[in-house]
Each structure stands twice: as structure tokens, then as C-alpha cells.
Design a protein around this ligand. Sequence first.
Ligand code: C2E
Ligand code: MG
Ligand code: MG
Length: 881
Amino acid sequence: MDISTYAAPLPPRQSVVTRRLAVAVGALFVTGVIAAAVALLGIANKLDKEEVRKTEFYSVRALENRITASKNYITSYAYWTTAYERLSDQVDTQWAYTEQNLGNTLFTADGYDGVFVLDRERTKYAVVRGQMLDTDIAAFVEVGAASLLDQVQGQSDLTHPVSRYSLFEGWPALVSAAAILPNDERPQKTAQQTSVLVFVDKLTPTKLRKIGSAYGLKNLTLAPNETLDPARPRVPLDSTGFSLVSDLERPGQQLLWSLLPTLGATMVVLMLLTAYFFRHALRSSRYVDESFAVMQSYNLALEAANFGLEASEERFRAVAEAASDWIWETDRHLSLTYLSARFSEVTGYPQTLWQGQDIGQLLFCDTTPLELWLKKLNEEGHASDLRCTYRDHSGQQRHCRLSARPIFDKQVVIGYRGTASDITDEVAAHAQIQHLSMHDALTGLPNRNKLARYLDEALLLREHAPALSLLMIDLDNFKPINDSLGHPAGDAVLQEVAARLRECTRDDDIVARLGGDEFVVVLNGMDAPNEIDKFCTRLIGSLHQPVVFEHHPLHIGASIGIALSRRHGFTPSELIRYADIALYQAKSEGKNTWCYFEAHMSDQIQTRRQMEDDLRHALKHNEFILHYQPRYKVDGKQIVSVEALVRWQHPTKGLLGPDLFIPLAEQTDLIVPLGRWVLREACETALTWPEDILLSVNLSPAQFAVTDVVEDVREVLVDTRFPASRLELEITENVMLNDTDGALTTMNALKELGVRLNMDDFGTGYSSLGYLRAYPFDGIKIDKRFIASISSGANDRAVVQAIIGLGKAMGLTVTAEGVETAEQLDILGADQCNEVQGYFMSRPVDKTEFMGLLQTSRSGQAAQPKAKKVGVRSGLNLEGL
Ligand code: C2E
Ligand code: MG
Ligand code: MG
């Protein structure tokens, strides 16, 4: 919480208020002055405009009066019968000038500067400034005589005079003209024939002053337009180029000039006074502010102190209530004096129940007495936290982490206080992690870590340690289940195996899972072979029981390798390694068996291990090749079929025959990928050969057991588009030995694919004849052992004859393999064997060579044992070497 939200809101500072007031009043004052000035200027302007308007009006009126007077005056002369008579034709100058009827009095008395009588032809009479002259009017007046005559004579009523302004001797003058008409009833002349009387009234400054003064105009005068200030008010006199002007009074400006100084002075004084007033006010308010600030800082300091105190209390309350920890205090005798509210929430006890009780009765620490730990604080002041346990109100054990500090009063410890954090969940999580790190998540059995720890502890005393027998168990047939039915099935099997292993063992023994399908059983205090054998029998028997998964019985088995601590090793790693070697041996001896470790196994197994690694490597790096051995009709000439035989192009050991690696591949399940490769490679190669040549591929019994051989074959046929009818699979009797029913199902399924089945190595098994009847074979291959001896002993020949007879009787194609001599071939021909295969006709050769053999066979030549010998190292013999 911010202190400002806690303290009372501050009043605005006085100096600020005063300053704002001063600004407001100043602004108001200035506004008032401006408004007054604007109003004043407005009035003055209005007055001046009015004055101008009036001056113009009166100027116009004055002139109009003059014009009217002039018109009236000229009418009195022109509309007069006597004047008509005396002036119309020839001007009677006697009457006009001499007798003063139209003489110089018009100038001297009436102020007319010119008097003229005109007609269309000439100026008949002219008096200029009182002097009669014989000159044309045009010499004095700018406006032409014709124009004046037109104007006067053009009127409908000729008695009306006309007036206009024109220059007279270069100065504006009022020119009045009227037709000279009789004022009796006599017949009149036409307008054009009338004479016109013209009076010229030169508007001299004197005359104008006089006219103006009659209208209150001062200095009314005329001035040329171009000499006038454009802004000066005027009344223009038609086209004369002159305007009438007069001096203006300008009452507005007079008003301004009379008021402004007084007004200005008043304003200045007022402003000075206001400024003085505000300055004073500002000073006073600043003083008030300063005093207030001092007060305020005192208040703030006080409020801050209060706030700090309250915040601290609030914080403590919040921490004490919101924290998962509870707070405790004891006196120096370790009796609880305070427990925070959280205590009851966490422990379920009311606080009062424990207040006054000894803290040692509530909390317990198994590593150090609580009292001692607290007393140690007296010397050191602090100690690392202590983990304690206690029983909560419901009786459940909980864990807490205790922290403590001594409470001092004048350097004397008067008690202790601290917090207790509940860490029950943390401890449980830790235990869970511990458990997980030591146990297999799937089966809950101890894992490799836990086993190692157990063995470490158990074997620590070496020869004094209890006798331990370590059994390494590997499940047989687990991988196919996992692969074909998926992980849920695999998991179910592993869980069931774990349960059965636990059932078979005692509490002192340990059952662990190392990973995959590898388990370990350590029998504690048991190393007598007969006892172990019994145990193994029981174990294998138990594991042999099918595991039911989703109503399907799954069959597994187990191989066991055994190492004994007293005989074979005292370190855990040795024990595990020896048991592993023994297990390897057990697996190679056939499954569902157990084997004790023996020293000689080590090397043998080492070699096999190396071989196995090499085999894996070979598969990855395509080190295998196929050789092909043809099968002929019994005449030994016509190739009808060809058998694919695998070889290993070993990087260091040369070309290896199948006897050297097929058994190992079978034991390690590497036979599955190898078998797939052989089938695919053979089909792809055979596609290039004539369609009537069959292809034989050997299938290992192990392939039947660990992979879905039907699916494998189907996939290759589909992928390579090799016709199933051209494919023949060679199977030995061992297939039937392992799983009689399963083998039959598989073979039927294979037959359904459309392939042929041949029984290989016939005669080497146990109950061959029985199988022949029960299984869907298309042919048999009599084992080469019988063939080798047919030419030497009558008995063997009889056996071969019987087999041929039996096979034929059952509709099977009978092939004799291992034909090495012409004699053997002849005998077989005589005994009506169907087909033959053997070194005599051809050894297994690579595919290029086989193409050559095919061509020879097709061209009808007899096959000769001339095919190039390919050196193949074999387990039994070194072919061709
Ligand atoms: P098998 O299927 O009975 O093949 C015949 C074996 O006899 C071949 O040996 C062949 O080279 C040999 N052989 C042929 N004619 C004569 C002869 O006139 N005299 C003698 N002494 N031997 C003859 P190979 O190639 O060493 O094969 C050995 C066995 O390895 C095969 O016996 C077969 O069971 C197995 N094999 C070979 N290739 C494969 C394969 O791709 N997959 C599987 N699963 N097994 C294979
Ligand atoms: Mg074969
Ligand atoms: Mg064979």
C-alpha cells in the first residue's frame, strides 16, 4: 500500500491559489479594457461615418439648391416674350447689353461668369465676366454648343431649363440652358429653330464657401480628383474631373482624443494598484504555504510512521495467515506460548490445546533431540532448519521443516520463535521419485539400479556374505507377441510374468526387471544345484502356462542363465555378466531350459557375440549374396527349377556358407530380416528368367516361430509381382516338431497364397512319413545322405526306392539332392525319381553363371559338372576348396 493513499489528501497550496486568482483577475481586467476600447472605437467610427454621410448629403443639397436657383433664374429670362422677340433671330444687343436686360449686371450682381445666346448655327451673343464679346461659346465652355442645344431642344417640354457641370476656362462651372420662348399664345417655332440662352455659373471657391456655410459645411471647395486622398469623402462633379470637398469635423476622433488620455491614465493606475495588491497577496499566501508545508511534513512523518507500523502488523498477519507455514513461540522452558491460526488448519488441533505444552511433545526429530537443537541456538544465534515429524489430529504422520531463532531480552534468551513448514507432500513426492528411480514403472519390480544396490549391499561381506544365486531370465517368443499384437499385449505379458516370478519366490529373494523381456531373480541363501534345478523347473513350468490377453492364450517360454556368488564371483557386475553368458548358452541349447555358468562358456560366447554383431552389421550393409543351384529333370539335362542359397560375403573371413551363420541367425531372431531379404532378392532375380523355371527358397523353422511368415511371403509376392505359382518354399521337418498345429495352419495359409511347398532333407527327421500325409506338401527332397550311399549299399537304395514310390503314390514331386556322380544319376533315373540336384549337374553358382547354365540347358546340351567352383566356407566342408 502506498503511503499517499493512506495519508489525508493535501489541500491546494495558497500561493498557487493566489497566483491563479491574480491571473484570473488580470485576464478579466484586460478583457474589460479591450471591450471598452473596442466599444469606444466603434462609437467613434460610427460618429465619423455619420459626419461623412451628413457632409456628403449637405454638399449635394447645397449644389442642388444652386442648380434649382439657377434654373429658375434662367427660366425667368428665357420664357419671356420680349426676350424672344429680341434674341430669337438677330440679337438686339442694344436691348440686351446696353439696356442691361442681359448685360453685365448678370455678372456683377448675379455672379454669372458667362451669358450666351446660341442657335444651331452660331453663338449669337456672348457676355463673359460682364464684357460683351464676339466669340464662340466653345472658347470658354468645355461642353459643346451642339450638345447643349440637343439637350434643351430634345425635351418634350421646351420651357424646362437644363443644367449640367462643365469646365469654364478650365474650372468647374454650373451651366444652365433654356430655350428662348415667348410666354404668350403666338405660334411657336420648331424646337430646332429656337435659340437657347446659356448662363455659366463658375463655382469659384468664394461662391462655394458661401454656399457651404449656408449648410454648415466648412471650407466647401472643389479640387481635382487626382490631387485628393482616395480615402477622403467627396462629391464628384460629373465628368469634370473635380470633386466637391469640405473640411470634416470628425466627432468620433475628437471624442477619442478627448477620452483616451484620461481613460489610459486611469487604466494604468488601476493596473498598478492591482499588481501591487496581488504581489502582496502572493507573498502572504507563500508564507501561509511554507507554514503549511512544515505542518504537512510533520503530519506526513507521523502518518508514515503510523502507516509503517500498521503495514508491518498487517504484513505479519497476512504472512501468518496466508502462508502454509505456522508460527510458534515458546518460553525459555520450551513451553509453547503462541501458535498462529495456520497451526489449527494444518494440524487439525485447536491452538489452545497445545499452548502451554512442551514443543518436544508435539514435534519429533529422529536425528537430534529438539531440545538440544534449540539450546544450540543460544550460542550460535541460528541453525539450519530441522526436519521433524508429528501426528496430526487424525493420527496421520506428517512432516514439517522447523526454523527457529532465540528471543532476547537484554541479551538474555527468554524463549524461541520460528516457523514450521508442512513438507508432507514434498516428502511423499520425494519418496515417490525415489521409488520410481529404483523400480520399473510397468511391473513395479525393482529395476537395474535397485538390483545393483541390493547386490552391492548383499555382497559387501564377500565370503561372509549369504550365498546368492542370480538367475537371468529371458522370455522366449515375447518379441513376436509384442510385434504382432502390439504393446498392450506385450505389457500384459510382462506384468503377468512379473506376478508369476514373485509368486515363485520367497520374501528374501528379489525379482527385478532389467528391461525388455529380461528379468533377474536373486535367490538368497540358496546355491545347491538340486534346489536351483527344482526352482527352475517350477519357474519354467509356471511361465509356460499361457497368458490370457483379451481372451487369447499367448504362449511364452523362458531360458535361464545361472551364476552363483560363492562359485563364480563376488561383485555384482561379475555375477550379472556370468548369468548373462549362461543365459546365452541356454538359449543356444534350445529354449525353455536353464544353464549354469561355466568358465569355458566365456570364450565361446564371446566369439558368438562377435559373430552376432557381425551378422547385424552384415544385414545393415548388404553383405549377403545369393547363389543358385539348378534342379534338373532326372535326365540331368533340362533345368526345371532353381534353389536360392544364401552366402555371406564376410569382409575378413571371405565367402561364408549358410551352415556358419544360419543357426546363429535363428537363435538371435536375425533370421527374420535375413529370410525376408533372401525371398525378395530371389524373386526379383528370378523375374528375369524364363517363366517355366520354378524358384525354390529355404524357410527356417525359426521363421515359422517368430514371424508371420505368411504375411512376409505375401508382401514380397505383391511387391515384386513374382507369380506365386513359380515359387516353391523348402521346409524341413523341424518346423513340424516345434509346433505341430501352428505349423499346419501356417502351411495351409501359405498354400492359399498359391505357392508350392517342398519338404527338404527328407529322411533325416523322426516321423517323416506321418507328416507327408498330414501336411500340404507338393514335393519332397530326399536328403543327400541317402543319395551318397545309393551306389554303395543295397539297403540305402531300397530306402530311396521306397521314398520315391511313396512320394509318387501321394502325388508328390520327388527330388534327389546331392547327386554327385553319373552313377547316382543313372540309378535315380532307373528308379524313376522325378528330379535331381547336385554337384554332378551343377554347384550353386552366382546369377550370371546361372544364366549361362540356363542357356546351355535350353540349347539341349547335357549339363556337365563344369560350372565354375565358387569357394564357400562351410561348417561341414569347404566346398570347392
Ligand atoms: P539345403 O536346403 O538342403 O541345401 C542343399 C545344400 O546341399 C546346399 O548347401 C548345397 O550346396 C549342398 N549341395 C548341393 N548339391 C550337393 C552335392 O552334390 N553334394 C554335397 N555334398 N552338397 C550338395 P549349402 O548351400 O551350404 O546350404 C546348406 C543349408 O543351409 C541348406 O540346405 C539350407 O538348409 C540352408 N540354407 C541355405 N540357404 C538358406 C536360406 O536362404 N535360408 C534358410 N533358412 N536356409 C538356407
Ligand atoms: Mg533346400
Ligand atoms: Mg536339403
